[in-house]
Design a protein around this ligand. Structure first.
Ligand SMILES: NC(=O)c1ccc[n+]([C@@H]2O[C@H](COP(=O)([O-])OP(=O)(O)OC[C@H]3O[C@@H](n4cnc5c(N)ncnc54)[C@H](O)[C@@H]3O)[C@@H](O)[C@H]2O)c1
Length: 384
């Protein structure tokens, strides 16, 4: 392993930041990639990825299926430059909402603010990196000042925006996106958060405290006495309401982690908690390195999800798990989608419809409760 002792002369911070700038890659619908996926990816996980591409492009995006599509993102995708793929899908209306780890949204802000992340090596001396003030995410390198300045931007934004009281993460990210667009309009082409605000795509975070965005919100409360509070109940109900409104529902799950469950719990919340028999997902695509054998949710298969009512029993042929590194598989998947017939849909702009959708959820939940209360005495009589 190429190992370098700390303090070797000539290895200052600049030494580690010589690698090319990481830029967001925008898929263009390459016919060559399509040919590879259709002709070359025939078996094993290549075969599964090919299946995933076809389910997405031919079925989920087909106008007649009118599928409401959620994308979930875990794993270090924005640091690796994959935000451009998400931006392209949003711009084309190919995803309707997103659930992401806070880390991916936080690291997206570096691009929005024109800070530079560099290609590097995973085989570096981390003690030396620490001494030189360099942060490493596997082979992605950037100076610690990028973290500090991004944090300072978040804190300034929180003060400037005067956000107060309980708020969903979709509202927080929307307001953050609007702020980016106002301060740096060009960021719409290299920031997922900014593009989402422009396209009206709500972005949720399943564990809001688990990122530098959450850390700076905590600072804002402690140091500035802010009343801003991320309210996960609002997120749960908004996601449920979006799923309820979908004629068909489908997901693209990158990695696993809490975003995967936060999306998939939508249907159980509807039937188990609100008593609304919506049914499960019609389409399920997961690209992950997580294994099923450890029993965790991250690696759980669509078949297991059927038992929870998360996936409709009859649709297993429209579900697939590709066991791949998503930094390889997702750009290929997006190239295929962009090059397909149904490569553009009218945007649903759900960010502007959240209140109406939640009002409809409330109406249906009350009706379901009333129906239950009416049915229960009759049921009791039957058992007497
Ligand atoms: N500053 C911050 O806000 C902050 C917070 C947490 C993490 N991070 C950084 O961001 C990175 C991403 O963290 P995260 O919370 O999004 O998730 P994570 O890295 O913890 O990954 C979560 C899930 O994605 C899967 N996964 C990870 N990489 C994958 C890949 N290449 N292909 C397919 N599946 C993959 C994992 O198996 C797991 O299910 C971390 O590596 C960390 O360096 C930053």
């Amino acid at each position: 392993m190429p190992h370098r002792a700390p303090g070797t002369p000539g290895h200052g911070p600049a030494q580690y930041l010589q690698g090319k700038q990481i830029r967001y890659y925008r898929p263009k619908g390459s016919p060559d990639v399509r040919q590879l996926i259709e002709g070359g990816f025939q078996a094993f996980n290549a075969g599964r990825l090919s299946e995933a591409c076809h389910i997405f492009a031919d079925k989920m995006l087909a106008p007649e299926s009118d599928t409401t599509i959620g994308l979930t993102v875990a794993g270090a995708l924005t640091p690796a430059g994959l935000g451009g793929c998400v931006i392209e899908l949003m711009e084309r209306g190919l995803i309707d909402f997103m659930i992401s780890t806070g880390a991916n949204l936080y690291h997206d802000l570096h691009y929005a603010l024109n800070f530079t992340l560099h290609r590097g090596s995973p085989f570096l001396d981390d003690v030396e990196l620490y001494e030189q003030g360099i942060i490493r995410i596997y082979d992605v390198l950037f100076p610690a000042s990028v973290l500090l300045e991004t944090d300072a931007y978040i804190r300034d934004f929180l003060v400037r925006a005067k956000l107060a009281g309980p708020m969903s993460t979709s509202e927080l990210h929307y307001r953050l996106g609007l702020d980016l667009l106002e301060r740096n309009p060009a960021s719409v082409d290299y920031s997922v958060v900014a593009k989402a605000a422009q396209c009206g795509v709500p972005i949720y975070t399943s564990s809001p405290g688990d990122s530098s965005i959450g850390m700076n919100i905590a600072y804002h409360e402690l140091m500035n006495g802010s009343t801003l509070m991320i309210d996960p109940n609002k997120d749960v109900n908004e996601v449920c309401a979006i799923i309820l409104a979908g004629r068909k529902n489908g997901c693209v799950i990158l990695g696993g982690g809490s975003p995967k469950n936060f999306y998939l719990q939508g249907q159980p919340t509807l039937w188990e908690v609100y008593g609304i028999p919506k049914g499960g997902n019609d389409y399920f695509i997961q690209i992950t390195t997580d294994q099923v054998v450890w029993g965790g949710l991250s690696g759980a298969t669509p078949a297991e999800a059927v038992s929870w009512g998360k996936v409709n029993p009859g649709v297993l042929p429209d579900t697939v798990v590709a066991y791949c590194d998503s930094t390889i598989a997702f750009p290929l998947f997006c190239e295929f989608a962009v090059g397909s017939t149904h490569n553009r849909r009218a945007r649903r702009e759900l960010v502007h419809r959240r209140d109406a959708l939640v009002a409809d959820l409330l109406k249906q939940a009350k009706a379901a409760k009333d129906a239950r209360l009416t049915a229960e005495p009759a049921e009791l009589d039957r058992h007497r």
